[in-house]
Design a protein around this ligand. Structure first.
Ligand SMILES: Nc1nc2c(ncn2[C@@H]2O[C@H](COP(=O)(O)OP(=O)(O)OP(=O)(O)O)[C@@H](O)[C@H]2O)c(=O)[nH]1
Ligand SMILES: [Mg+2]
Length: 332
């Protein structure tokens, strides 16, 4: 699989260049406009080497003459990387960023997985959850059903097992059953669950907690297209010193995941926690969301069981996940 990028003054012209250079079998992997809409940029992929070789050695008359024609061929070393990223449905713009980071590693003896880990550590950032006491309240946010409540219950369980005293507050008091679900866990852990009816009450609720090592705050699932819900979350995340975590399933539509992550970044989150890795096989959404927002990745969830620990998301783990396509085949 090879990728090639074309610049032209119109979509018709760009498509003509793609067909001429790569043939009718080329697949368009992305299109966007640049320079305020005056330049169309198309990235196309082709499986057959001979098309690329022909294009590389014999640039067409159109490519030579067109003012915006600027084909970019991907070095051979990047092919395996492109295949992995395409398999995960990674958007072309994100793929290109990975390829740029891969360029200095071309020709090294390292395995694909080692190179991928180096690229991931270059392009993305990683910031695990606190392992000990932390005064910064952690606010778990995300779309409905993302895994916020389970992650809080898991974190509280791990904290109690480590001899820490977590405080848990739920702001999910509107939805029927929102607090009851969390209370079922806190009761077992002998933690008193506090609830708040509106975002303004959060600061007072925290001040009322006598002593705790960790402060975990559950929030209702947010519809990113609903202004009232966004405002409610913005208020919660305006709590001084808090750390907002975007809890996000690792798979899904990559473009939508990136757009949603950007909305949550604008609302004030500062990390992404991937969930549902055990029931996902294509992780382009995770790559797109983290690369687009530059938000660091924290620990991941790969199980519906509260007693199963989080997995520390490291470049090595993520590289294994992308290469294997399954978290079950990768050790943290
Ligand atoms: N298999 C699997 N299931 C998960 C994982 N994380 C969460 N779940 C399940 O997903 C469902 C939703 O999880 P919740 O923790 O209730 O999600 P939430 O974000 O709190 O949902 P709302 O409060 O309704 O917005 C539950 O059935 C969880 O058991 C995971 O990593 N793997
Ligand atoms: Mg919940």
């Amino acid at each position: 699989m090879r990728l090639k990028t074309f610049h032209a003054s119109s979509m018709v012209e760009a498509m003509r260049q793609v067909r001429e250079a790569l043939g009718d079998d080329a697949i368009i992997v992305s299109s966007r406009t640049e320079n305020g809409g005056s330049v169309v940029r198309l990235t196309a992929a082709i499986d057959e080497d001979e098309h690329m070789d022909r294009a590389a050695h014999q640039p067409s008359e159109t490519q030579k003459d067109a003012p915006f024609s600027k084909p970019t061929s991907i070095p051979d070393a990047g092919e395996e990387l492109i295949e992995i990223l395409l398999r995960h449905g990674t958007p072309a713009a994100v793929t290109e960023r990975f390829l740029s980071a891969a360029a200095p590693m071309a020709g090294t003896e390292n395995s694909m997985e080692e190179r991928l880990a180096a690229i991931l550590s270059d392009v993305l950032s990683f910031k695990p959850l606190p392992r000990g006491p932390s005064p910064r309240p952690l606010v778990f946010t995300g779309l409905p059903g993302a895994g916020k409540t389970l992650s809080i219950a898991r974190f509280a369980t791990q904290a109690v097992m480590a001899g820490l005293k977590p405080a848990v507050i739920s702001a999910d008091t509107i939805r029927a059953g929102g607090t009851e679900q969390l209370e079922a866990f806190t009761r077992i852990l002998k933690i008193k669950l506090m609830t708040i009816e509106d975002p303004d009450a959060l600061e007072d609720a925290l001040a009322a907690i006598p002593a705790a090592d960790l402060f975990l705050i559950d929030t209702p699932g947010i519809n990113p297209f609903n202004a009232d819900e966004r405002l409610m979350l913005r208020k919660l995340l305006s709590l001084p010193g808090c750390d907002g975590i975007l809890v996000m399933p690792g798979s899904g539509d990559p473009i939508e995941a990136a757009e949603n992550a950007q909305t949550f970044l604008d609302l004030g989150v500062s990390r992404i926690m991937p969930t549902r890795l055990d029931i996902s096989r294509r992780f382009g959404a995770l790559l797109a969301a983290t690369e687009t927002t530059r938000l660091p990745l924290c620990d991941a969830s790969a199980s519906p069981k509260v007693t199963d620990p989080f997995i520390e998301t490291t470049p090595k783990y993520l590289a294994g996940l992308l290469a294997a396509g399954s978290p079950l085949e990768v050790s943290p």
